[in-house]
Design a protein around this ligand. Sequence first.
Ligand code: GLV
Ligand code: GLV
Length: 326
Amino acid sequence: MKKLFVTKPLPGKVMERLKDSFDITVNEENRHLSREEIIEGVKGKDGLVSLLTDPIDSTIMDAEPNLKIIANYAVGFNNIDLKAATDRNILVTNTPGVLDETTADLAFTLLCAAARRIHEGEKFLRSGSWDGWGPLQFLGQDIHKRTLGIVGLGRIGKEVARRGNKGFCMPILYADPRKNEEFERMTGAKHVDIRELFMKADFVSLHCPLNDKTHHLVNRELIDLMKPTAILINTARGPVVDEKALVQALREKKIFAAALDVFEHEPKISEELLALDNAIMVPHIGSASIDTRTRMGDLVIQNLEYAFRGERPPFLVNKEAWKSQE
Ligand code: GLV
Ligand code: GLV
C-alpha cells in the first residue's frame, strides 16, 4: 500500500475510503501543523494530502525524495509552490468542478445577507433591544433587477451569475480575460473592463484565482469607482482585495457593505474589520457542505489512485511535471 500523510482529518466517509486504499498517517489532533511538522510527516511517504491552509514549499518537498504527488483538498492551489513541485517532478492536483455550485450558493447567500443587513438585524434582535416594527429599521438594498458584476467568469462565477439572472432577474456584467459568447447568449451578460464593472454594478462578486496578476486587484482606485449603494462579495481569496483600502471605504461609507468569506491574513482578521457593522464575515466556508466536502475527498482519492497507477491524474495542475514522466 502506498503511504500518505494527511495534514488534517477529512470528512468521515473520505477517511474510510482513504484507509481502504492507502496506508495513511493523519494529524488526528486536527490542529494547524507547522512547516516542521509537515516535513516530519512526509518523510517516508509516497503522497501528501494538503489543505489550502498548508503552505507547501520546496523544503517540504525535499524532505522526501520519493514524494510523487501533492493532492490538495481544494480547487485553489496558491498554497503550493508549483514551480518547485514541477522542478522535482512532483504531481500537484486539485478538486475542481464539484464545489462550484456550493460556493456559488454561499456567494449568493452572502450577497443577500449583506444587502438586507441580516447580520445586523440578528445581532440586534438577540440583544433584546427590539421594541417593535419601525419604518426606519435596518433599511437595506434591493437585490432583484439590480446589476450583478462578476469578476472572473470561471465555473463558480458562472453559477453565481446564473442564480442572479434566473432567480432575481439581475442584469449581468462580467470582467474576464476572455469573452464568452455562449454565456452572453444564455444570460444577456455583457463583457466589460473591470473599471466599468466597478462603476456600474450594484453587487461585485469576486471569482478569480489568486496569482501574481490578481493580488490586490481590487485596490483603492477600483473601490473608489463603486456606487455608495454597492456591495462587494469575496468568496475567492483574501489577497485579491487590498483589505486596508476596503476597510477605509467601509468606514467612510463610500460603499454600502462587504460580504467576506476570505481574508487577506486569514485566520487573522483585522480589528478594524471586526469593528465594522457594514461587513458580514464568515470563516472561509465556501465549499462547506457535507456532500461537497465528501465529493472533494473523492477527487483527492481519484487523483492519488491514478498517480500511483502511473496514469495521469484527472485533475493535474502542473502538466509539465507529467510530461517529464512520460
Ligand atoms: C476553497 O477555497 C478551495 O479552494 O477549495
Ligand atoms: C474555479 O473553480 C473556477 O473556475 O471558477
